[in-house]
Design a protein around this ligand. Sequence first.
Ligand SMILES: NC(=O)c1ccc[n+]([C@@H]2O[C@H](COP(=O)([O-])OP(=O)(O)OC[C@H]3O[C@@H](n4cnc5c(N)ncnc54)[C@H](O)[C@@H]3O)[C@@H](O)[C@H]2O)c1
Length: 100
Amino acid sequence: MRLLVTGGAGFIGSNFVHHVLSRHPDYSVIVLDLLTYAGNMENLSGLASNPRFRFERGDICDAQLAARIMGGASTPSSTSPRNLTWTAAFWIPRHSPAPM
Ligand SMILES: NC(=O)c1ccc[n+]([C@@H]2O[C@H](COP(=O)([O-])OP(=O)(O)OC[C@H]3O[C@@H](n4cnc5c(N)ncnc54)[C@H](O)[C@@H]3O)[C@@H](O)[C@H]2O)c1
């Protein structure tokens, strides 16, 4: 299972990411985070060398970026054969700008 966690460098998201990677060896996680003042890479410390972890700095409102991260899948829970199964855990960051 591949999991996209937006806002994953924040308080809740990062704890969720550590939990998933330590408890679910069959999961891989991509964190999409804009690293606003609330985002801190320290919250994700120790994961950089984990092959099941990837960090992407960016805005959840950037549809092109989100599509690239999900390999062209239009929705996070797409089951298109190209993408295996994506499940997303969305933490709507408190500080995100209004969707364009
Ligand atoms: N912390 C709590 O006790 C609590 C309780 C209930 C609900 N919530 C909700 O959960 C969500 C996350 O809370 P938290 O405490 O982890 O927040 P946080 O502020 O610690 O983390 C938010 C993260 O989102 C990132 N971010 C902000 N705007 C972004 C954007 N446009 N694109 C990508 N990333 C962006 C920030 O860089 C940060 O890493 C919020 O919506 C909050 O309201 C939090």
